[in-house]
Design a protein around this ligand. Structure first.
Ligand code: URP
Ligand code: ZN
Ligand code: ZN
Length: 459
């Protein structure tokens, strides 16, 4: 099968040019202008951008959490991703205490296989580090699960102490893996949560009020310091607070290889959302929490100045009905997380490029190229070049949509951006040479997504 995408504005992290992209089988085979070759299908991209498919390196599909399971599985979640212009995800497999890492990987493979419509890789959430699991980390890096998430929060569930974190960091120094850190001081937060509950504070906003920015900044500082002592790079996930960003910036200014991602919710939503009437604030219960609106500009500055390298989603949807509702009388029982896998590209394009906060090339870099590079997928993913996978998005920079749970494809009964008008949308999406979204219709097939065997650290 040969497809020619003609006359589009082709955008990578470094170039913007008008011309044609020739796809043969699963790969891009030629770039040029006025390519005159026999093909099976021609796609006219006049007036549109041709982008490398979005890469979302932070998703939680079919994930058990706090007595619930995230509402999107690998079928609905990856279909929603595709509609939004995302063609690869890296999801989090969880090792529960007493289990091997390979058991966790196999469990998450079973969740994805036969369901995913786009390619998927896994980070491994490590909760039980011992001699055996340390050795397993080495094997996983070789087998393509080359990054590990550790938690400084959620005591008794996921949280690790500093010595264990330090051992894991040292191990990645030897095996070439990358540690991704959930940086919040879980001990302090737990005390604040218990105190708030004792004082009778039950409403969703207390989720934010018991997770201060300092708790995120302190943990970010400590995570970077531990990585510095272990002499390895570190990647901070879902950074939300300007104070935490200051820690990353200060480290990078000293030449320390500290990397960080933020997410659209921290760029477009704020603490004010927790003050919505009744139980509505539960929609935004996630960790770290939303911060004061004034911090959004500081995060955008971090993105444009490369102190933040990636915008991922932390897609972890729970319905209001029967899921978030569990915490109606106790904010600490509200499942943490919000939907975002489908809206990331349009939100970041609209808020970033259209509003002139970042360039078009930087948009591609933070949503596709940098995640591919940091997590061992580049240049197979994250760019448009001969030999790279034909994961391509024909993106209309002028098409306006109004975000609404009813018309989006995520399986969740609300959307945090309900009613927001955004400019810029994916018209056509191709995954390894096959068109999977075309003019608002899904044309892909369950199970066509394949496991992404990622290489080790290139940082
Ligand atoms: O609230 C969040 N972020 N839920 C997902 C789990 C995590 O910590 O990433
Ligand atoms: Zn986290
Ligand atoms: Zn997460």
């Amino acid at each position: 099968m040969r497809t020619l995408i003609k006359n589009g504005t082709v955008v990578t992290a470094v170039d913007t040019w008008t011309g044609d992209v020739l796809v043969e089988g699963e790969r891009v085979v030629q770039l040029g202008s006025r390519l005159d070759v026999p093909v099976d299908r021609t796609i006219d991209a006049t007036g549109k951008y041709v982008l490398p498919g979005g890469i979302d390196v932070h998703t939680h599909l079919d994930m058990p959490f706090g007595g619930s399971t995230s509402a999107d599985d690998f079928s609905s979640g990856t279909i929603a991703a595709a509609f939004g212009g995302t063609t690869s995800i890296v999801d989090f497999a969880i090792q529960y205490k007493g289990q091997t890492l390979h058991h966790a990987w196999e469990t998450w493979m079973r969740k994805a296989q036969g369901k995913a419509v786009i390619d998927y890789g896994f980070h491994m959430i490590v909760t039980d580090l011992n001699e055996q699991t340390e050795a397993e980390m080495d094997g996983l890096v070789k087998e393509g699960v080359s990054s590990f998430k550790l938690f400084m929060a959620y005591p008794g569930v996921f949280m690790m102490d500093d010595a264990t974190i330090f051992r894991a960091l040292l191990r990645t120094g030897e095996n070439g893996g990358t540690i991704c850190m959930h940086a919040e001081n879980g001990g302090v937060i737990d005390v604040l949560v218990q105190r708030a509950l004792k004082q009778g504070h039950k409403a969703p906003k207390y989720h934010a009020l018991t997770r201060p920015a300092r708790a995120e900044a302190e943990a970010t500082h400590r995570a970077i310091a531990l990585a510095e002592m272990a002499d390895v790079p570190i990647y901070i996930v879902h950074l939300s607070a300007a104070e935490a960003l200051e820690q990353v910036t200060a480290a990078r200014d000293r030449g320390i290889p500290a990397y960080a991602e933020t997410c659209p919710q921290y760029l477009f939503l704020s603490y004010d959302n927790y003050e919505e009437p009744g139980f509505e604030g539960a929609k935004y219960v996630m960790s770290p929490p939303l911060r004061p609106k004034a911090q959004q500009d500081l995060l955008w500055r971090g993105i444009s100045g490369n102190d933040l390298q990636v915008i991922s989603t932390d897609h972890c949807p729970f319905c209001m009905k029967e899921q978030k509702e569990i915490g109606r009388d106790d904010f600490s029982k509200i499942p943490n997380g919000a939907p975002g896998i489908e809206t990331r590209m349009s939100l970041v394009f609209d808020g970033g490029v259209t509003k002139k906060r970042i360039s078009l090339n930087r948009f591609v870099e933070v949503t596709s190229t940098s995640p591919a590079k940091i997590f061992g997928m580049y240049p197979r993913k994250g760019t448009i070049a001969p030999g790279s996978d034909a994961d391509l998005v024909v993106f209309d920079p002028l098409r306006e949509t109004v975000l609404a749970a009813k018309t989006l494809h995520m399986k969740v009964d609300y959307n945090p951006y309900e009613g927001r008008r955004v400019k810029g949308a994916a018209d056509l999406v191709m995954s390894r040479g096959k068109v999977i979204v075309d003019g608002g219709k899904f044309t892909g097939r369950a199970g066509d997504g394949v496991f992404l065997r990622r290489s080790g650290r290139s940082l």
